[in-house]
Design a binder for this molecule. Sequence first.
Ligand code: GTP
Length: 359
Amino acid sequence: MSEAVLLVGGKGTRLQPLTINTPKPMVPAAGVPFLAHQLARARAAGVEHVVLATSYLAEVFEPYFGDGSAHGLRLTYVHEEEPLGTGGAIRHAATALRAAPGDPVLVFNGDILTGVDIGALLLRHERTQADVTLHLTRVADPRAFGLVPTDEEGRVLAFTEKPRRPEEIVTDQVNAGCYVFRREVIDAIPGGRPVSVERETFPGLLAGGALLHGVVDGSYWLDLGRPASFVQASADLVRGIVRSPAVPGEPGEFLVLPGARVEPGARLSGGTVVGAGAHVAAGAAVDGSVVLDGARIGPGARVTASMVGTGARVGSRTVLDGAVIGDHSDVGADNELRDGARVWCGTSIPDAAIRFSAV
Ligand code: GTP
């Protein structure tokens, strides 16, 4: 039996204000909480039991996912009163695992969308008898990530978390947030205090002579930590650029959930999703965006690469481009918000009050 720990307890500060009322893994992407895609992919790879390591807004997961049977999985919830960091969370969650010493345990960050072949990762782990096997991906600008150089056989040589100096950038291979641990390696993580797996556990293992293997995989990979990448991931799921069995519809240029109303003459494109009970008025154009449940897009509004929160309103002719509108906020007519502008939950913006600004 394959088991996995999914780390879903982070505060998701970079994704605020969408993560004020909703933990990041529960923010909908392509019509369902992002976590549903990860669970569906894990299930498809043969995982049968998933331990959800929760902390921030922990109470919202179980009412939605229950015991997991509706998703073909067994789910266990493990809650940290105080966030224990990525390593501490893995250690804490291990109390709910059945894996015996020597058995592999998959660990996923809860904010990564990837097409990586999980089965191939498990196979490599078994063949190399590694203590930890890490999925690595290549990125154009590795500065915001954890760098993981390897030798020609894939053995990990070092960990450099978010390098600052140019001489530290020795590779474009970065930690992709998906690991296979030997069970006993998890049990050796110190308990009862915060531990970062990236900054403490992995470098410590390496220094102690453990065998860590990296598998560089070129399949789809996106870190959803920031609004722009979250919106991108949702659009890619809707369009089928990355496949998830949890998308509630066939791949296409847009996805309209049951109960949404899109008036004739409105244009949807670029993998836009329109949530249940949302309304898109005639003459509005919504491209590559996420419109959450109950949101309203006014006549002639132009919404591009943006997120519109639950129950929010976007006024007539307002332009959003790369903006995030918090839940239940009200953006009046003839505004223009671009380039990472964020409107806090419940905020009202009068008509024609903002041009080009980051709020
Ligand atoms: P930011 O605040 O925007 O950095 O996001 P984040 O809080 O999600 O942190 P980060 O992206 O570094 O976390 C990577 C993964 O680990 C995410 O899936 C988080 O949910 C998870 N995570 C981070 N810290 C904790 C923690 O203390 N406990 C648990 N259970 N999960 C965590």
